[in-house]
Design a protein around this ligand. Structure first.
Ligand SMILES: C[S@@+](CC[C@H](N)C(=O)[O-])C[C@H]1O[C@@H](n2cnc3c(N)ncnc32)[C@H](O)[C@@H]1O
Length: 265
């Protein structure tokens, strides 16, 4: 594990933990994206949880301040919950929620995870992309696969490289000078990286939302907005209008994709 890359992650989330505390805006300012992610995870679980979650467990890897776990707790009171995060302050914030029937652990997804048990559901929300080299991402994806029970599920919201070319081509056509790039605390996945999941008996299934659900939103906020907003203008009403007026999931402009995998028997 490279100390420099660990420092990038720790320094970034030190600021996040201090500025946002328990807020839903922690780790993502855009609340349309946050809400869409919550809908994806909750609807995915509603489709697969049995007996209201009695006797089943879910592990949120990279749980941050525990906001998503708190929403899941409300929706599924009987599901046993676990959360793991690398960052000490974010872990403490998640623990401070004192969610019922929920264990929050400080740990590292690059290390073996089986001591935290095997689970019916594992979820990650933009956390595998915090691993800043491919070997570490493969290692984490393989560790995740290994702690999913047969016929269990891995639901994730992570960013991918492939849609970036589309959004940057569309921006160039509108003479928008700057490309969209991953921030320095992220390394976006590539489709081929998901072979690690296939090699570990995981196969992709359809989810309740299209995997490109956020595509329209990205086109509105990264292209339309950029060409239409006068200097000093406020984007809020503009974005709300087009998010409501246009159907979701048009094109492939969103780096953030919602994906669902099931483990074979
Ligand atoms: C984008 S945040 C998502 C957090 C939470 N799901 C949310 O949306 O607020 C990514 C999280 O992954 C955690 N993380 C980064 N590297 C990790 C690692 N190696 N093991 C476990 N968690 C890690 C970070 O500390 C951060 O809290």
């Amino acid at each position: 594990m490279n100390q420099n890359t660990n420092d990038i992650i720790i320094n970034h989330y030190n600021k996040v933990a201090e500025k946002f505390g328990l807020s839903p805006s922690s780790t993502i300012g855009d609340q349309y994206i946050r809400q869409a992610e919550i809908t994806f995870f909750i609807e995915s679980l509603k489709a697969k949880v049995s007996n209201q979650g009695e006797g089943q467990s879910l592990f949120d890897i990279g749980c941050g301040n525990g906001h998503l776990l708190s929403v899941i707790r409300q929706e599924f009171p009987k599901l046993k919950l676990f959360g793991l995060d690398f960052h000490p302050e974010l872990t403490k914030l998640a623990q401070s929620r004192k969610l019922e029937n929920c264990e929050i652990i400080q740990g590292d997804m690059r290390k073996e995870l089986s001591m935290f048990g095997h689970h019916d559901f594992v979820i990650t929300e933009r956390s595998v992309i915090n691993l800043l080299n491919k070997e570490e991402q493969f290692c984490a994806l393989s560790n995740i696969s290994m702690i999913i029970k047969p016929q269990g599920y891995y639901f994730f919201s992570e960013s991918f490289e492939e849609p970036r070319a589309n959004i940057n081509r569309a921006r160039k056509q509108m003479y928008l000078a700057e490309d969209i790039n991953p921030s320095k605390h992220n390394l976006w996945l590539r489709e081929e990286d998901l072979l690690t999941l296939n090699e570990n008996n995981m196969h992709e299934i359809d989810g309740p939302l299209a995997k490109n659900h956020l595509s329209t939103h990205f086109y509105i906020t990264r292209i339309l907005h950029s060409i239409a907003l006068p200097k000093g203008g406020v984007a809020e009403e503009f974005q709300n209008f087009f998010n409501t007026a246009l159907p979701a999931a048009v094109g492939n402009y969103s780096p953030i994709l919602f994906r669902s995998f099931e483990k074979s028997k």
